[in-house]
Design a protein around this ligand. Structure first.
Ligand SMILES: C[S@@+](CC[C@H](N)C(=O)[O-])C[C@H]1O[C@@H](n2cnc3c(N)ncnc32)[C@H](O)[C@@H]1O
Length: 222
């Protein structure tokens, strides 16, 4: 299966995302804010240095800036054109063009819907590099599509930039993170009800039920 090159989607990414997800929320920033709010709620640290791994065109960045205004924010992605776009839009972000050599640098690293695009054969070594890049006491947050949710699977099937997607279950992700050295795991499920129903506030009562459209795994480097 050939890899999707996100350099080709820089201009179209938001339009396609909107098209795919508008049935759930017309405001596509809903998803970014949701993840930032989850990190605000579950992070125990005041992170000095944050890295978004696989930041794309930076859709999460303003929401991260809002919840962690004092933090230095860095962004890495394999798509250099996405990083060009991100850096012109958010000049306060430190752009990282190559990843793998960083050690004990970040207090918080997060990945939002990235793992399912990483070649299966590379996932272990990338997770280990992320572990190395993290300071001791640092927190790793991963947001992923939930493979057991049928609506999620349908959406992934019909999304052009998900052509190379191989979904990863929370169990697989946790095992991988454990092997890399992480511990203290926590998994939560979200995206059950479209915001238009105005009952999204009850989602928190469903967070332990493994059926949401997406899930969050939090892990720690002790
Ligand atoms: C669906 S986009 C998500 C972008 C962003 N995290 C967001 O939530 O909007 C997936 C991103 O993962 C990046 N990606 C895929 N494989 C990667 C890898 N091995 N290392 C870093 N980034 C990768 C892609 O270039 C793309 O920008």
């Amino acid at each position: 299966m050939s890899k999707v090159d996100f350099d080709e989607y820089v201009n179209e990414y938001e339009k396609l995302l909107n098209k795919n997800l508008s049935f759930f929320s017309r405001d596509d920033s809903y998803f970014c804010k949701y993840k930032a709010d989850l990190m605000a709620e579950y992070s125990k640290n005041k992170p000095k240095k944050i890295l978004e791994f696989g930041a794309g065109i930076g859709r999460n960045i303003p929401f991260i800036k809002q919840i962690f205004p004092e933090s230095e924010i860095s962004a890495y992605d394999v798509s250099q054109k996405s990083l060009d776009y991100l850096s012109s839009k958010y000049p306060y972000v430190k752009v990282i063009r190559e990843f793998g050599q960083q050690e004990n640098e970040f207090d918080l690293i997060f990945c939002s819907v990235v793992y399912h695009h990483i070649a299966v054969s590379q996932r272990n070594s990338i997770t280990k590099s992320i572990y190395r890049a993290m300071k001791s006491g640092g927190e790793f947050f991963v947001f992923e599509h939930n493979p057991v949710n049928p609506v999620t699977r349908k959406l992934v099937e019909r999304c052009p930039y998900d052509e190379d997607a191989v979904l990863i279950s929370p169990k697989e992700l946790k095992e991988m993170a454990k092997e890399a050295g992480f511990n203290s795991f926590l998994t939560r499920y979200y995206l059950y009800f479209p915001p238009v129903l105005k009952i999204s506030f009850i989602e928190r009562f469903f967070r332990y039920i493994p059926l949401g459209g997406q899930y969050m795994l939090k892990a720690k480097k002790s």
